[in-house]
Design a protein around this ligand. Structure first.
Ligand code: R1P
Ligand code: URA
Length: 237
């Protein structure tokens, strides 16, 4: 059944879905990396595709920016389309000295300033955690790809332009690998509805050093991350 936000027929999604924030990145992944890719939904231009990678059926769909948007798509994919594995392939900002632009980081867990997990967890602190198997597969695929991906805690913020001037120092002190806007919510949705989720990000900017990647560099390094995510995802197809 189509949902308010996804217009695909039943069975259109593979059990494993790669999810970038940007729907155009979803299109790029489908057109560049998948064989036999077919567009299966485009409600609000949030494109979704299913195709094959090394003969394994996989889907890719954008989730938009921020936890509320990502949560809608993740929930509907799980409960209405039977999706079991959701792998966010995103970008993030770095705050640590030993994390650099173009690095790949994998979220073992995600801290957040969002209230969504408290809303679903009776007001208590839910430890938003990635699925171990998916995360292990991402880490192994990175190693096989000769990419030294760090694995650890992300920070998922509701505010890209954050008013808390002291936040960056705290994130540094607590060893946060990357600042992005969805992982904690995605891990919460997966836990609530019995699915598995993981998150891999390419560092697009360094918040402290004020370093940024060019669009062309982002494309090239995102390709590494996408290849790693596809190799991992194919094991769960
Ligand atoms: O590149 P994506 O996957 O969208 O991820 C990051 O970029 C967006 C902010 O610019 C947020 O969605 C954040 O999580
Ligand atoms: O959410 C994001 C994504 C990239 N860079 C940031 O600083 N924040």
């Amino acid at each position: 059944m189509p949902t308010p936000h996804i217009a695909a027929p039943q069975g259109a999604f593979a059990p494993t879905v790669l999810m970038p924030g940007d729907p155009l990145r979803a299109r790029y992944i489908a057109e560049t990396f998948l064989d036999h890719a077919e567009q299966i939904t485009a409600v609000r231009n949030m494109y979704g595709y299913t195709g094959t990678y090394r003969g394994k059926r996989l889907s890719v769909m954008g989730h938009g920016m921020g936890i509320p948007s990502c949560s809608i798509y993740a929930k509907e994919l799980i409960t209405e389309y039977g999706v079991q594995n959701l792998i966010r392939v995103g970008s993030c900002g770095a705050v640590l000295d030993d994390v650099h632009v173009r690095d790949v980081v994998i979220g073992l867990s995600a801290s957040t300033d969002s209230q969504v997990n408290r809303s679903r967890f009776r007001g208590y602190d839910f430890a938003a955690t990635a699925d171990f198997g998916l995360t292990q597969a991402l880490a192994a695929a990175a190693q096989a790809h000769n990419t030294a991906a760090k694995v650890g805690n992300l920070f998922s913020t509701d505010l890209f332009y954050h008013p808390d001037a002291g936040l960056t120092d705290t994130l540094r002190r607590y060893g946060i690998l990357g600042v992005e806007m969805e992982a904690a919510g995605l891990f919460g949705v997966a836990a609530e509805f019995g699915a598995k989720a993981a998150c891999i990000c390419t560092v697009s900017d360094h918040i402290v050093r004020e370093e940024y990647t060019s669009a062309e560099e982002r494309q090239r390094t995102f390709n590494d991350m996408i290849r790693i995510a596809l190799e991992a995802a194919a094991q769960f197809a």
